[in-house]
Design a binder for this molecule. Sequence first.
Ligand SMILES: C=C(O[C@H]1C=CC=C(C(=O)O)[C@@H]1O)C(=O)O
Length: 402
Amino acid sequence: MSVALGLHPPLVVRTVPVRDPGDLISLLPGPASYTWVHHGDGLVAWGEALRVTIPPGPGRFAWARDWLAGAFGHADIDDQVRRPGSGPVAFGSFTFDPASAGSVLVVPRVVVARRDGQAWLTTVGEENLGLVTPAVPPGRIRYSDGALTAPGWEHAVATAVRHITSGELEKVVLARDLIATADTDIDPRVPLARLAARYPECYTFSVGGLIGATPELLVRHTGRAIESLVLAGTIPSGADPATLFDSPKDRYEHTCAVASVEAALKPLCAELDVPAAPELLSLPNVQHLASRVTGRLDDGASVLDVVAALHPTAAVGGTPTDDAVALIPRLERMDRGGYAGPVGWIDAQGDGEWGIALRCAQLDGPRARLFAGCGIMGGSDPAAELAEAQSKFRAMQYALEG
Ligand SMILES: C=C(O[C@H]1C=CC=C(C(=O)O)[C@@H]1O)C(=O)O
């Protein structure tokens, strides 16, 4: 596969320690930005030293890894911090469906990062902090249906339940989209700041106009240590958590998701720890069953290799995976784009953090396409799944409306 590296002069990268920069998202000078923030720490970035559109297809993660190896391998790097996320980094977003266009990697010109009390600044090429423009809230928002109306989506859920009860598959995750329209172009910095403040335990992200706050960590890769937070099984906020832990439907839905992660990671890991039972993750809009899976890689696989092995987990695809991903577009009647795809960052050592792009929207001028989905099992009630999807939409609706 051609990687057109010779076309770019080598990147000149410099990372230096800096004093605590305060709130990371408020540093973004303009709407075109890259963000990965969790509990206030993480990386924010702007400018584009390199950008590549990743060709669709089954080999897209390997293609991206090879492209990065070329770009970072030829770089002239002065990294005075030497931590995961220092030196050159690329932000990326991959579409859910390998056949869909729209996967992208960007090496920003400026990155400001903080982790565990240490902050740093990375610049690529000439240091040019750019013009600072104030972030303006989007004002009044109107909503309209995406691919399916609410009753149309309930019908799709009922059809999925029939496929499951007839024994074709065990679980399928169905999503719907909702179109939000503002009077003016939506500046992502406003919804990002709201998401990071209200959902600190989620990963607030923005890459190429895809923004959101996902609670689901696909993988964190630090040296050989990896970690994944698997979520599946949901009740509204305020409901008694016992109803979630005692629900056979939610417990089995969660078991499917954990099993898919375990099966994907086992061949890569010398050690893998999968909790025997889930815990509760409580967010302002929903509560989830959550399992933190940890492991140690047995060779030098990069975070993108691990992402490639994991995607799509049964938290966003289903069980068995192939049957579920074949059924999803037939019932959803939409292209998911970057929703439910991997989103995150990678550095020159192959370390990085990638989430599953949930509770998110794709921005396009004054328009935002919001997505929310639910794991459908044999015992799913279409009205209850619709209510769950509405609760999940609330994160982005709050981000847009305030
Ligand atoms: C597919 C989504 O959520 C997944 C992650 C957590 C819980 C889920 C559930 O209970 O259905 C979903 O598997 C979404 O938010 O769009």
